[in-house]
Design a protein around this ligand. Structure first.
Ligand SMILES: *Cc1c(COP(=O)(O)O)cnc(C)c1O
Length: 404
């Protein structure tokens, strides 16, 4: 045993046990997913694809990778081609661009301060440096995507690739409308469902399959699997995508993670996972309306999914300060820009709150009322020492998934 690391892991487990985790991209994996991640599979090199490997000794790995692919197709009821090897969401998106575009081509994604992801064309990211970027946002009044605005921008700019999907957007995304727009301007459509994958898999959010040419997702957010990603594509893009992942961008696949993905896909196919996802949404709606009841402004007036954005200026705070205050009482959220934010992303006017992790711990609507009360008291400047103890006592009542 490595004493120093073991102690630090112990401290982190304690932090997770005593805290309320409201970062919408985080979750707790099952014991079974943890076991697959911590397995001997990490020892093996398997560059290439099933039955087309560069090294010997891959009989078992081939079976594991084929099983993961079959399970994820079943989970999303799709016949799209699957590449299961991307190390994480950002490399997956990069691989799609590398496969389908030339450097300098035009891409169109959602603005970061309106909910898009860094890899959807932010200037500091590879996506923003290698490609020309145009971005759509939400309507200023409704704070919801206006598909006529998206269409107008697409017609004017004629991007080669349109990206839909977001990292901080609390409403339903209409993939069918995006597909119509893409078709009208001759663009390829990519749907990045990293955040909502669990909701899509269980039919609680419309699916992009059949509409998007390419679908990417992480496996560690609502899907509750290991850190990693998957790319799905229509068969005409199959070879380009596979070549872009390996040897284009990556070397050997992380076989222990592939196995953990397979475990996660089986778990997410169970009826209990759908019950879980329903509860995520109910909890989120409950938390949102409770914060509104306290007079706080929730962006777009509510939520259809697993997250909500709160404008924290009414507390006399910015997002960065709010995040720090909540952190001090063991509540994890992240600062987030809100539409038309006048503050820089590292300060921001809002916080992003999500319910996937707390729902995995078994929390229900009545617990959301408690959490709203904690947030309200913390951000209104109530005594932090007392609150921190209350939060820990509250959180410790709920088992940490994956823990023995
Ligand atoms: C989280 C996320 C990613 C990136 O995933 P990483 O695994 O952190 O690289 C990409 N796209 C969207 C929409 C995301 O939410």
């Amino acid at each position: 045993m490595d004493k120093q690391i073991t102690n630090l892991i112990g401290e982190e487990v304690q932090r997770q046990r005593e805290g309320i985790e409201l970062i919408p991209s985080e979750n707790y994996v099952s014991r079974e997913v943890l076991q697959a991640m911590g397995s001997f599979l990490t020892n093996k090199y398997s560059e290439g694809y099933v039955k087309k490997r560069y090294y010997g000794g891959n009989r078992v790995i081939d079976e594991i990778e084929a099983l993961a692919i079959a399970r994820v197709k079943k989970l999303f009821s799709t016949s799209y081609h699957v590449n299961i090897q991307p190390y994480s969401g950002s490399p997956a998106n990069t691989a799609v661009y590398f496969a389908l575009l030339h450097f300098g081509d035009k891409i169109m994604g959602m603005k970061l301060d309106h909910g898009g992801h860094i890899t959807h064309g932010l200037p500091v990211s590879f996506s923003g440096k290698a490609y020309k970027v145009v971005s759509y946002g939400v309507n200023k009044k409704t704070e919801v995507i206006d598909y006529e605005d998206v269409r107008a921008l697409a017609k004017k700019e004629k991007p080669k690739l349109i990206i839909c999907g977001a990292t901080a957007y609390s409403r339903i995304i209409d993939f069918k409308k995006f597909a119509q727009i893409a078709q009208e301007v001759g663009a390829i459509l990519m749907a990045d469902i990293s955040h909502i994958a669990g909701l899509v898999a269980t039919g609680l959010h419309p699916s992009p399959f059949g509409y998007a040419d390419v679908v990417t997702t992480t496996t560690h957010k609502t899907l509750r699997g290991p850190r990693g990603a998957v790319i799905f594509c229509k068969s005409k893009y199959k070879d380009a995508i596979d070549r872009a992942v390996f040897p284009g961008l990556q070397g050997g696949p992380h076989n222990h993670i592939t196995a953990a993905k397979a475990v996660c896909f089986a778990e997410a196919s169970k009826p209990s996972f759908k019950t879980y996802c329903r509860q995520i949404i109910s909890n989120c709606k409950c938390l949102s309306s409770e914060l509104e009841r306290y007079g706080r402004r929730v962006i777009s007036g509510g939520t259809d999914n697993h997250l909500l954005l709160v404008d924290v200026r009414s507390y006399g705070l910015n997002g960065s300060k709010a995040q720090k205050i909540l952190d001090n009482v063991n509540i994890s959220v992240n600062k987030n820009t809100i539409p038309l934010d006048t503050l820089a992303p590292h300060i921001a006017s809002g916080i992003r709150i999500g319910t996937p992790a707390v729902t995995s711990r078994g929390m229900k609507e009545k617990d959301m009322l408690k959490i709203a009360d904690f947030i309200e008291r913390a951000l209104s400047g109530k005594r932090q020492e007392i609150l921190k103890k209350e939060v820990a006592t509250f959180a410790k009542q709920f088992k940490l998934p994956g823990a023995l």
